[in-house]
Design a protein. Structure first.
Length: 337
């Protein structure tokens, strides 16, 4: 008999580390997919580890045959910076991989007769504001505003949000016999995420964690954005909690399929000040990368996350000071002692 399980794709990434640890503590059986083997500390927490690509339909068929998947956390993606250098590969992983996994969830739901909850982390990169003046005037941006991303990653994420909504609300709507709802798609648009546990891995918002890691290692850091650059951020524990909370909230409480999330939105200079206060001898200078700056400038200075707070009680634990002083700086400092 197939075992009810949670499927986590991209399990070895920044979000996967914290998510798997929390899921394992609940006693849920976890199945993972990643293109590289998991670290031993993570691997021992999962029931079965598959090494491969989410675009591999045969691999998904093996999972379908062996496990009864009732919850999917689809974390696998090529991040924003890398996606700009390899847009075709980004589309293959971020879009075709997501479509393949949505179809897998549909078939899985059909096989065991109930909807598969499909939790999808989207991104602030799904937005695209045309210039700084507009960005400052826009204030807190709502989910349906300024959905004109200028990066491949943002385009991928926004399109996959629509794919998920289609599978949940309109799947095969012209079929003679309408299929029962078998995919329950739930999406969060994350701001920049900052983790104390994992090293930054190619996100365009990674200037914040890169500052802390460099200072803790005693290495100089040249920040690639202007001091006045402002976008929303969130500490990784709050991101993990949000995913777990959204996965379990009753469907009747959800009014939309994609939700903004945010916790604090400092400028890059305010982040530098926090880091310098903790590491007074750190060397952090400004060396603007015009191309990457343009991307960050196209993202909102803040987002309106009232829908998440109202519908399912989203409430981040860490504000700006708590995130840096209680979580990020002491934890990262300890890594390099």
């Amino acid at each position: 008999m197939r075992t009810p399980s949670v499927l986590v794709t991209g399990a070895g990434g920044e979000i996967g580390h914290g998510l798997i640890t929390r899921l394992a503590a609940t006693g849920r059986q976890i199945v993972t997919i990643d293109i590289a083997p998991l670290e031993p500390s993570l691997a021992r927490l999962v029931r079965r580890e598959f090494t491969g690509s989410i675009t591999d339909a045969r691999l998904l068929e093996r999972i379908l045959a062996e496990f009864e998947i009732d919850l999917v956390f689809h974390l696998a993606a090529l991040l924003s910076t890398r996606a700009e250098f390899t847009p075709i590969a980004a589309h293959e992983v971020n879009v075709e991989g997501t479509l393949t996994l949505l179809e897998f969830a549909q078939h899985e739901g059909e096989s065991h007769g109930r909807a598969v909850t499909f939790v999808y982390p989207s991104s602030i990169a799904a937005y695209g504001l045309p210039d700084l003046e507009t960005k400052m005037r826009a204030g807190k941006v709502r989910e349906g505003e300024w959905n004109t991303p200028i990066t491949m990653y943002g385009c991928n994420k926004l399109y996959c949000e629509h794919l998920g909504r289609y599978y949940t609300r309109h799947y095969k709507q012209l079929a003679a016999d309408l299929a029962a709802r078998r995919v329950d798609f739930r999406c969060v648009r994350f701001p920049g995420l900052i983790s104390a546990v994992t090293v930054p891995s190619g996100g365009t918002s990674d200037f914040a964690p890169e500052m802390i890691h460099a200072a803790a290692k005693g290495e100089p850091y040249a920040c690639f954005v202007r001091p006045d650059t402002r976008i929303p951020f969130m500490a990784m524990p709050d991101a993990i909690e949000a995913l777990l909370q959204l996965a379990t909230v009753p469907d009747a409480r959800l009014t939309q399929t994609a939700y903004n999330l945010a916790a604090f939105n400092p400028t890059a200079d305010e982040i530098r000040a926090k880091v310098m206060a903790a590491f007074p001898t750190a060397s952090i200078i400004w060396t603007e990368d015009v191309k990457r700056q343009r991307i960050v400038d196209s993202w909102p200075a803040d987002v309106d996350d009232r829908a998440a707070r109202t519908d399912w009680g989203f409430a981040p634990r860490y504000d700006f000071s708590q995130a840096f002083e209680d979580y990020l700086i002491p934890t990262i400092r300890e890594q390099y002692r």
